[in-house]
Design a protein around this ligand. Structure first.
Ligand code: 8X3
Length: 257
């Protein structure tokens, strides 16, 4: 495994769920972190915790990734010591609702497309420029099994994740012949705030997603992210697709526990 000590790792959606777990696991490796999320207090709390526990340097950016002009300025606006991003983890993303396509909320469509697709493409563009100039780097995009397991009520969310996987594959083509690695991580049912957000605070609906199974955890997925990042330089993990053990697809889940 390659060392990540003193590398600079930018993580979006770092205040909770998979992003936060990835920040914690990367901090253990001695990497320095740029933590991006909307919730300033949570970021501040995470920054203090990780700096104290691991003696690393962190920089926080409070930003709503739907704000595309600000996303474009994110990397150029970083302090000098954090400019040279070695690993970009495009983790921020969400699902809103599970209505059939004919009933999709128009505002929800925009939030999902802007956060899951547009901001990821813009941030990748900005990070890739510097990585190409330095001829090193790794771009890790959090996709989902929903990229290929499409289900009723998932028209926009599954569409955005199909975008993430296709974008990631195209990017790998664009960067072939450089030392930059490109990876997708495609989890199944992970218990985070994901379903609370999707069902807009309906706790019963959120809990039902993970009932009767032992879901994946944010730490399980962070472990996959760190795995991809720590492979020897000649190894490029293309995609890690994982399900919970009692899950065979987005919709085939044996709720027997
Ligand atoms: C989350 C997995 O199956 O709820 O990305 O779409 S699923």
């Amino acid at each position: 495994a390659v060392s990540l000590a003193n590398k600079i790792i930018l993580i979006t959606g770092a205040s909770s769920g998979i992003g936060r777990a990835a920040a914690e696991q990367f901090a253990e490796t001695g990497a320095n972190l740029i933590l991006v999320a909307r919730r300033a207090e949570r970021l501040q709390e995470l920054k203090s915790k990780l700096e104290t526990a691991f003696g690393i340097k962190t920089h926080t950016v409070t930003l709503d990734l739907q704000d595309i002009p600000k996303v474009e300025k994110l990397i150029p606006g970083l302090p000098a010591a954090f400019q040279e991003v070695d690993i970009l983890v495009n983790n921020a993303g969400l699902a809103l609702g599970k209505a059939p396509a004919q009933d999709n909320d128009v505002a929800d469509i925009s939030v999902m497309l802007d956060t899951n697709c547009k901001s990821l493409a813009v941030l990748t563009k900005c990070a890739a420029k510097g990585m190409i100039a330095r001829n090193r780097g790794h771009i890790i995009n959090i996709s989902s099994i929903a990229a290929s397991d499409h289900y009723a009520g998932g028209s926009i969310y599954c569409g955005t994740k199909a975008f993430v996987t296709a974008f990631t594959d195209s990017l790998r083509h664009d960067l072939v012949g450089t030392n930059i690695r490109v990876t997708a991580i495609s989890p199944g049912a992970v218990q985070t705030e994901f379903s609370n957000i999707r069902f807009k605070g309906n706790q019963e609906a959120a809990d039902a997603v993970y009932s009767g199974i032992q879901p994946l955890t944010a730490d399980d997925i962070a472990d996959q992210i760190v795995y991809a990042a720590t492979r020897p330089a000649n190894v490029q993990i293309a995609d890690i697709i994982s399900y919970a053990t009692y899950q065979a697809s987005g919709t085939n889940i044996a709720r027997v526990l």
